[in-house]
Design a protein around this ligand. Structure first.
Ligand SMILES: [Zn+2]
Length: 150
């Protein structure tokens, strides 16, 4: 990028956590358009050795919990954002329109998920059952994948 880095930083506050009654449950949307490469949000939270439901892994043995937004990001197998766990930044990978749902690939940061789950993200390369990057599908996941011919 030729632009000075500061110019890519946008308003941290122009994000909104969707409530759990929304169609896809919790999620985070951006209230303003985001450009590919932009830093969407600088996050903070509590660093803990404990894997929790809404925690995210920052290093081999540490997780960040009690975050304002990033713990509520939806998974996609073809996400429009990524987390930089060195800079503690949420970065846009593609342009995202205002009101767009922000997504990350959970397996990009997590060795092990708090809970594995079926994925219906619709990406051509959807993995259909989401695990951490260092774990295999559990019994439920193996049964689900077998049932859909995977
Ligand atoms: Zn998927």
């Amino acid at each position: 990028m030729a632009l000075p880095r500061e110019s890519l930083i946008e308003d941290d506050e122009a994000l909104e956590v969707l409530d759990a009654s929304a169609k896809h449950g919790l999620g985070v949307r951006t209230l303003v358009p985001r450009q590919a490469g932009a830093v969407v949000h600088h996050f903070t939270g509590v660093i803990t050795p404990e894997l929790r439901l809404h925690s995210l892994q920052v290093s081999e043995h540490l997780h960040i919990a009690e975050t304002r937004f990033i713990g509520f990001l939806s998974h996609s197998c073809d996400p429009n954002c990524r987390l930089d766990m060195q800079r503690f930044e949420l970065q846009a990978l593609t342009d995202v329109e205002a009101d767009g749902l922000l997504t990350i690939d959970y397996a990009a940061t997590e060795d092990v998920l708090y809970r594995q789950f079926e994925c219906h993200c619709g990406a051509p390369a959807c993995r259909r059952w989401i695990t951490g990057r260092a774990e295999a599908p559990n019994a439920e996941g193996r049964a689900y994948l077998a049932s859909i011919g995977r």
